[in-house]
Design a protein. Structure first.
Length: 427
């Protein structure tokens, strides 16, 4: 068996069950493991630490599959991991036709993302065939909608590391078997693959190709989703709970949604009874899909204004024009793809939050987010606090926000907390 031996004292993170080993922690490699091959990781004194996937080009040289020396990494291993992840969602996820089934390291499958969409369903994801390892509460909505519903389903996957790439066919088969959904589409068009020595790729992995757009449901709202070329897997599944919160607070309010993409928060606000929603994005294609979403939900289009514009400039223009809002959503793209970009990203986050605070009426609510993994929660709060001070407003944090329960966080892996948010109110 190929073996990776660590330098003295470099085993500490693995003993805390952190799933990564960096290249500079490795003392020697015995054997010639191919990219994605399973290796045994040992401490410098020879103690077993983990079974893991080897990545010769990445600075994250090893990603852990299992800390159990007796657990082989084979077809059955991946079937168990997929079934366990789906069982957890069965027990916890409600009210949606879009759910994250696999969230990388948190589900013991580092580098893998798998989302599941159901089209034209009442509101729920059918996970027929998933195991019963986790008890489901009575009336759990993930029970299943029958064979016809399965045909309407769509799995979308991202393989972002050589380990899961090497086991792709096995993982796809496990997902199809556990969900009963035959259609799997790959969206591995992410730059992180290049660090793994992998080319970006998309395409059908199983079943039929997805439609140009599919329609799924979430908390009573219908959304068009472009799984072929939309952001991420086509939709921001991670913001489900936060969209529900905006929906709950939107009644009778004037709402501004910046970086709106296809209108996720905008549609939630309209569903919640917002008086007016102004949405900004620089993608005309995304805004076209957002307008389709308004029609799909039979909302009054006169309540929704869509601005194809630069959000930074438009925020300042709206303030200069005397526009004011009762609720502002700031959900920008990743400003800091790595630690080298933190300072520049911090200035950008402060800029938009400063404008957001200034555009709020007294008592107004600000929903503000960062999806930059390099910006931790403490730094993000400091940035927002600095923006409030510069705006000369008293801002109270009402709630800390993050991804939904289908994006769990390992206590040993804080890097998994990429989405941070705050709900604030100004005096």
């Amino acid at each position: 068996m190929n073996t990776v031996t660590l330098k003295p004292s470099k085993e500490k993170s693995l003993l805390r069950r952190h799933p990564w080993v960096y290249a500079n922690a490795i003392d020697r490699i015995d054997g010639k493991p191919a990219p994605g091959a399973t290796v045994i990781v040992r401490a410098h004194d020879g103690r077993f630490l983990a079974r893991a996937a080897y990545s010769p080009q990445s600075q994250i040289r090893v990603r852990v599959w299992s800390f159990d020396e007796a657990e082989p990494i084979d077809h059955a291993f991946f079937k168990r991991r997929v079934q366990r992840a789906i069982a957890h969602r069965q027990a916890l996820v409600h009210g949606t036709g879009a759910v994250r089934l696999i969230f990388g390291e948190a589900d013991g499958l580092p580098g893998l993302i798998a989302d599941y969409y159901v089209t034209d369903a009442p509101q729920e994801v059918p996970l027929r065939g998933a195991p019963q390892e986790v008890p489901r509460p009575a009336g759990n909505p993930l029970g299943g909608l029958g064979d016809d519903a399965e045909k309407r389903g769509q799995l979308v996957c991202q393989f972002m590391a050589v380990g899961v790439e090497a086991w792709k066919e096995v993982i796809v088969a496990a997902l199809v078997g556990a969900t009963g959904c035959p259609n799997v589409y790959e969206r591995s068009d992410v730059s992180i693959r290049e660090k793994e020595g992998l080319a970006q790729t998309t395409g059908v992995l199983a079943g039929d190709p997805p439609p140009d757009t599919l329609i799924t449901n979430e908390n009573g709202v219908r959304y068009h989703v472009d799984v072929r070329s939309g952001h991420k897997t086509g939709f921001y599944v991670d913001q489900r709970d936060n969209r529900a919160l905006v929906q709950a607070y939107a009644d009778g309010r004037d709402v501004l949604n910046c970086f709106c993409y296809t209108g996720g928060f905008s549609l939630a606000a309209l569903k919640g009874g917002a008086k007016r929603v102004v949405s900004i994005d620089s993608s005309g294609e995304a805004l076209a899909l957002a307008r389709q979403n308004v029609t799909a939900n039979d909302f009054d289009p006169s309540r929704a204004d869509w601005l194809d514009a630069d959000a930074f400039k438009t925020l300042r223009r709206l303030y200069d024009d005397g526009e004011r809002f009762d609720l502002v959503v700031l959900d920008p793209p990743k400003f800091a793809p790595s630690r080298e970009h933190v300072d520049r990203a911090a200035r950008a986050y402060k800029d938009i939050n400063l404008s957001g605070f200034k555009l709020l009426r007294p008592g107004g609510l600000l929903f503000t987010y960062s999806c930059s993994g390099a910006i931790d929660a403490d730094l993000f709060q400091k940035i927002v606090a600095g923006a409030a001070a510069d705006a000369r407003v008293d801002a109270r944090i009402l709630k800390r926000l993050g991804a939904g329960v289908d994006h769990p966080l390992l206590t040993a892996f804080p890097e998994g907390e990429y989405l941070k948010g705050l709900l604030l109110q100004i005096a």
